[in-house]
Design a protein around this ligand. Structure first.
Ligand SMILES: [Zn+2]
Length: 506
């Protein structure tokens, strides 16, 4: 038995002012096939989880690799990314034929300037060269876009069960276990796909509490009781402008009827929660008012999700800083911004110097900016170690960085914001979030893992940006208005497609 493992993973933001070329992808990793095993085997990621299951399998499969490309979220990928990936993957597959399976680590919501569904294109290209019975299994992000074509071309699909995402490796393990079970299984699993006509704000739900956690719990119960082998709820991330979008449910069972029943049940329940996922947003001024109120518990975390680099926004919006300065607020506050020219100026001025700084709008001309006299507190090479679960210990590089002070406001300016939900992003550069009154975090939900243990209050703010939580404000061109939130279909009845490929080739 021979299995090839490969990865192409990024979340795209159609509304980002920037495109993601190979240089941008280097913010994550671009691994050649012969580098994957040594680099990712012990990393808490989907590929690491797949390798672990394969190496422990009693069936002793031979494990071979394609390339592993993984990037921080960003604007749609340039064609060179897919070309570079396929020019390594297809020869690796051909050199290893016949293969029993290919395991992919995908996000699911990767868009390029050529393809709305890049993962679907990759799988199509792979199907064309592998034998008909070759099992194709994929691990996806919970925010993946799973259209009918992608579902129908894969034998196994597993999505994250946690948000904030902390089960990257476990999702890889689930994918590998089901993929192995499908190879030459006497009773291979059957997968059912049910589209759900909704997109909702990613900042409005998480699995640490509330109705979405309960729904995941219900799915787990279906697995624990044996009704299903696996399930995934794909809440398509809302910054993806594609012409035929959907959220989706995948259910995997030993027989078609059970898979279809599970998919319909979960899809109906997911759609039923649509109103519960409406974001509750406060204006930036209302959050500042709250933080200025002595009754508030500090630090107040202002969630600036609209400008989250994790969601592909450019991280260069100074909307929060602007209000703090305009109000002459005396709050001890901290914000982060991606602005290479401000960093360059800080290095020219030097530590202890004062100068006028213009900050914001480095990549997105629509961003709010500030212009004010600032003091250079410190200069950095921009390296820090993440502490966030799933990335713990990973070294992140912001590029040259500076901490600038404007009154009581500290601004961490850097080249590229990496892992904005990790408190180490501030802490490593001398800004201890616990000691501030107000900290603006450019993340949707990932930050809750690191911040929840010490946050006084967490308030989602109505800020501008490519990842705006109020979906109605996003400049969609392709998305049809037949989905929720534009259309609310109280009589929605889910339909499940059973993917029969698994039976066809046995
Ligand atoms: Zn996600």
């Amino acid at each position: 038995m021979k299995v090839l493992v490969t990865e192409l993973r990024q979340e795209s933001n159609s509304f980002s002012a920037a495109r993601s070329g190979l240089a941008y992808w280097r913010s994550g990793w671009l691994l050649e096939p012969d580098e994957v095993h040594a680099t990712l085997r012990t990393v808490e990621c989907a590929v690491g989880g797949m390798i672990e299951v394969l190496e422990r399998s009693e069936r002793r499969p031979e494990i071979v690799f394609g390339p592993a490309f993984c990037s921080q979220s960003g604007g749609p990928a340039e064609p060179e990314v897919l070309e570079a990936f396929l020019s390594r993957l297809l020869p690796a597959i051909e050199a290893n034929l016949p293969l029993d399976a290919v395991f992919f680590s995908f996000h699911g919501a990767l868009q390029s300037t050529e393809f709305d569904d890049v993962e679907g294109e990759v799988v199509r290209r792979v199907r064309a060269v592998v034998p008909p019975g070759c099992v194709l299994a994929a691990s996806l992000d919970m925010h993946g876009f799973v259209p009918r074509g992608l579902a129908a071309s894969l034998d196994v699909i597993c999505g994250y069960h946690t948000y904030p995402h902390v089960d990257f490796a476990e999702t890889g393990r689930r994918t590998a276990r089901l993929g192995l079970a499908t190879i030459a299984g006497a009773e291979p699993p059957v997968m059912a796909w049910a589209p759900v006509p909704m997109i909702v704000s990613a900042s409005a739900y998480n699995t640490m509490g509330g109705p979405f956690r309960d729904l995941i719990g219900h799915g787990r119960q279906l697995v624990d009781t044996g009704a299903l082998l696996d399930f995934s709820l794909f809440q398509m991330q809302p910054w993806l402008d594609v012409s035929d979008p959907n959220s989706a449910v995948i259910a995997i069972a030993l027989d078609a009827e059970a898979a279809a029943r599970g998919a319909r049940d979960l899809a109906a329940r997911l759609y039923g929660l649509r109103h519960a996922f409406a974001p509750r947003l406060s204006s930036v001024d209302a959050v500042i008012d709250r933080a200025e109120d002595p009754a508030s518990v500090k630090p107040v975390i202002l969630v600036d999700s609209a400008d989250s680099p994790n969601a592909g926004a450019t991280g260069d919006n100074m909307a929060v800083a602007r209000r703090l300065l305009d109000r002459r607020s005396t709050l001890r506050a901290a914000v982060v911004v991606s602005d290479p020219s401000a960093v360059r100026r800080a290095f020219e001025v030097g530590v202890g110097g004062t100068a006028e700084f213009a900050i914001g709008g480095a990549a997105d001309p629509r961003a709010v900016t500030i212009r004010a006299e600032g003091y250079v507190r410190s200069l950095h090479d921009g390296e820090y170690r993440q502490e966030f679960v799933g990335h713990g210990g990973k070294v992140s590089r912001l590029g040259r960085s500076a901490v600038l002070r404007f009154g009581q406001l500290d601004v961490l300016a850097c080249h590229t914001i990496v892992a904005p939900g990790d408190p180490q992003l501030f802490r490593a550069f001398g800004i201890e979030p616990r000691l501030y009154d107000l900290v603006a975090v450019k993340a949707n939900t990932s930050f809750r893992v690191g911040y929840a243990p010490f946050a006084g209050e967490i308030i989602e703010a109505d800020t501008p940006g490519a990842a705006a939580p109020d979906i109605a404000t996003l400049p969609f061109r392709k998305v049809p208005k037949t989905l929720f939130p534009w259309t609310d279909d109280a009589s929605f009845e889910p339909v499940a497609d059973v993917i029969r490929r698994t039976r066809d080739f046995t």
